[in-house]
Ligand binder design. Structure first.
Ligand code: DI6
Ligand code: FE
Length: 399
């Protein structure tokens, strides 16, 4: 047994964070045996103790929505937009999502892993212990499954828990332009069966939007997910309101993500189904979106809110959970406690991992972050400063 002690332990029970001073975390074989006031900690003869010098300890952060595996970058597009080009003009010049699809298809699994690794390391350097990674830039069965193989490989190269989502229903590739139904039938559905058979898929995602897939098309994908016993989630109400949140809630979805255009019906459906609202302020910021997700109404309805980076080369080239939390506070009006809950407890729930990680409780994986700050607010209010002192993954210190 190892006991981490002299910690200021932050617990985030739903909306509110509480600090337990002079706390201890006892860990055996990677799992938490005890977390709470040191005087209550069970003592075991021969236990190793590690002093934390009164530092703040939170659960390891969880990035529950990323497109971390992808080829190339879109820096040129950034410059074009700075010069006033519209999204359409960028697309006509060969930019946009299509350019990322070409760059991703050009990579084999090794290439995908090599390019994703620095982004993963950036997340881990800020105390992240669990990362969700989506496919969605291959848009062929072979390349989509390679993206998921790359995600699985990343989990063997770093001490991190990686959860995959199959997002072949992200965009319609050029060869299927105007034939979305055929793409679903010939690529999305058979790829899902194959990826599931290979154990590559933890959840099924989609982009439900006018420029992507309709609710009817998404329902076909979700029906197969249910048949295979896989949980579902959805990019919903990012650019318009197609009722995606209500759709994914009908399937008992883990999460509905983005949600700038979410209406009351969608909120009620999410509250009823226990579907998590994943807020992605990096995309809101990059797109200079002005419509905000309905945070007050989500709060009033008791819908748990998570916060994630949406790390992707086009609309959210963000690899910082600290900045994502700061943006969720400043841009969306989340409280500090909500930001922290959104990056830990609720993010775990959005991944179906509520029993495994996201809080510091006996029985869960010993994933935590030790910070050189005095309070959660001090952690979240700075921009571009990383006060991580140590990151512990499954009971092992990794930085
Ligand atoms: N929503 C987004 O903002 C990204 N995907 C999605 O479903 C955009 C992806 C890209 O532009 O590369
Ligand atoms: Fe996304």
């Amino acid at each position: 047994m190892k006991i981490w002690q002299d910690a200021n332990l932050v617990t985030v029970a739903d909306g509110t964070a509480r600090i337990i001073p002079d706390a201890a975390i006892a860990v055996r074989e990677g799992r938490i045996v005890f977390a709470g006031p040191r005087i209550d900690c069970p003592i075991e003869a021969g236990a190793e103790t590690v002093p934390l010098g009164g530092r703040l300890v939170t659960p390891a952060l969880i990035d529950c929505h990323t497109h971390l595996v992808h080829g190339g970058h879109r820096a040129r597009e950034f410059e074009m937009r700075l010069a006033g080009a519209s999204y359409e003009e960028v697309a006509r010049a060969g930019g946009g999502i299509v350019s990322t699809v070409s760059a991703t298809r050009a990579l084999d699994v090794d290439g995908m892993v090599a390019t994703a690794l620095p982004r993963l390391d950036a997340l881990l350097a800020e105390g992240v212990g669990t990362v969700e990674i989506k496919s969605g830039y291959g848009l062929s069965i072979a390349s989509e499954l390679d993206m998921l193989r790359a995600a699985r490989r990343l989990a063997t190269l770093r001490p991190v828990r990686i959860v995959t989502s199959y997002l072949a229903a992200h965009a319609i590739p050029a060869e299927y332009r105007g034939r979305g139904d055929d793409y679903v039938a010939e690529v999305v559905l058979p790829g899902l069966r194959q990826g599931h058979a290979e154990g590559l898929i933890d959840a099924v995602d989609g982009f439900c939007e006018g420029i992507a897939f309709s609710p009817v098309q998404m329902a076909r994908v979700f029906d197969l997910a249910v048949e295979l016993g896989l949980p579902v989630k959805l990019h919903a109400e990012q650019l318009s309101d197609l009722g995606g949140a209500a759709l994914v809630s009908r399937y008992g979805g883990l999460s509905a993500d983005h949600l700038e255009y979410l209406d009351d019906e969608g909120i009620a459906a999410m509250a009823g189904a226990g579907t998590v609202a994943v807020l992605l302020p990096g995309a809101f910021y990059t797109l200079k979106e002005t419509r905000k997700p309905p945070v007050s109404a989500l709060r009033a309805a008791g819908v748990p809110m998570a916060v994630a980076t949406d790390c992707n080369p086009g609309t959210s080239p963000l690899t910082s959970m600290l900045l994502a939390m700061n943006m969720a506070a400043t841009l969306f009006g989340l409280t500090v406690d909500e930001c922290l809950a959104g990056a830990t407890r609720h993010a775990a729930r959005a991944l179906g991992l509520a029993d495994e990680t996201g809080t510091l409780e006996a029985g869960k994986s010993a994933d935590f972050a030790v910070w050189d700050v005095g309070s959660p607010a001090e952690l979240i209010y700075r921009l571009g400063f990383n006060p991580l002192h140590a990151r512990i993954a499954r009971g092992e210190r990794t930085s």
